[in-house]
Unconditional design. Sequence first.
Length: 271
Amino acid sequence: MIKQGENFRRNRDGIRLFGESDFAGMHRAGALASHILDEICELVYPGQTTEVLDKFVEDKVKDAGATSATIGYRGYQHASCISINHVVCHGIPSSKKLKDGDILNIDVTVIVDGWYGDTSRMYVAGTLSRKVERLIQVTHDSLFKAIEAVKPGNAFGDIGHAIQSYVEGERMSVVRDFCGHGLGRVFHAPPNVLHYGRPGSGPVLEEGMFFTIEPMVNLGRPETKVLADDWTAVTRDKSLSAQFEHSIGVTATGYEIFTVSQNNRFHPTYS
C-alpha cells in the first residue's frame, strides 16, 4: 500500500518497493557519483592531501547542479569520506599527505532530482604492493559475487553468504560492524544489507528494491573501533582494510547496477 506523500509501496518487511520509472532516477544519481570517482583518479598520488580530493568532489557536485548527501548529515561537513589504510570507513578528509603505497577508499553520495547515488571504490597512491593488491582484488570480487546473488526469490542472507564464504576462503575477514542499506529518495532506509550470513536467511528480495552492497574486508581480524571524532572507524588490530560499494536495483529477472563506471575505472588497476 502506498501512503499519502510516498511514491513507493512497502512490503511486509517495511522495505520500499519502487516502480519501473524510478530506476531512471537512480541511474542519473548513480552515474554522477560514479563519474566523479572516475575523474578523481588522476588526483590520487603521493603528496596529495585528502582535503584537496574532497574539495574536488564538492566542486564537481555543485557544477552538476546536484547536492552532496553528506555535507550536513548528522553534523558531517565534507562531500566525501576518505578512508586510508587501516581506516575501515567514514574517514574524514584532512591536510595529511598521502604516502607512497597508501590505499584509500573514497565514498561519495549525491542527490540528483531527489534520488540518492551512493558508491565507493579503492585507489592507490603510488606503488601497489602484492599483499595490498590481493586485498583489493578479493574485496572487489566479493562485491560482484554478492551482486550475482541479487534476484527476486533469493534472500539477503544469500548476498551476505556470497561475500563471507569467499572472503574467509581467502583467509581474510569481513567487517560486521557496518553494512549496506536501502536507499532511493532517502540516504538510509531498510533493509540492513549484511555482508555475512546464512543462505536463505533474512528478507526475500523483490522487484523494485533499491539498496547498496559495500563489503569491508580486513587482512587481519574483523573487529573495528570508532575514534574520538565519532566518525572514523579503524581496524582494532591495525590491519589494512578495503571496501567497494555499488548501488543496486532488483529487477524482474535479476539486478541493475546504478553506479557503473562508464570509463571502466571502478578497479584501481584499470590502466
